[in-house]
Design a protein. Structure first.
Length: 122
């Protein structure tokens, strides 16, 4: 069992994920689930930042940016994947995003062919 840093917020995020899953079903592109999840989270009166640019520093110098899918309430990073199954690189990506953002906890949401969400945390 995972000890959640923000249990109430995580519950609200997961509830929104299941709402999206139940209403849209499987088979859409990641961008569709991304936009739908933003709507569901905002309707729960949660602050959501999308495609948050995260600066990558190497030895104190900027070497580029990458983008977190969602940052909710400035605390939780949500990575959205519309794939058949989560691969290790998906989890690594979420954990890397967490290191460079103000989010203190990250998880990846997978919408699989079977329309089941799985959650992986760092």
């Amino acid at each position: 069992m995972v000890d959640l840093l923000y249990p109430e917020l995580t519950h609200e995020i997961l509830a929104a994920c299941f709402e999206v899953s139940n209403e849209l079903g499987a088979g859409f592109l990641e961008s569709v689930y991304h936009k739908a999840l933003i709507i569901a989270l905002q309707q729960k009166h949660l602050q959501v930042q999308s495609e948050l640019p995260l600066e990558v520093l190497f030895r104190g110098q900027s070497v580029g940016y990458f983008y977190a899918d969602l940052l909710v309430e400035d605390k939780v990073i949500v990575e959205i994947k519309a794939v058949a199954e989560l691969m290790p690189q998906h989890i690594i990506s979420a954990c890397t995003n967490r290191r460079y953002a103000c989010g203190e906890w990250a998880f990846t949401v997978e919408s699989s062919v079977d329309n089941i969400f799985s959650i992986e945390n760092c």
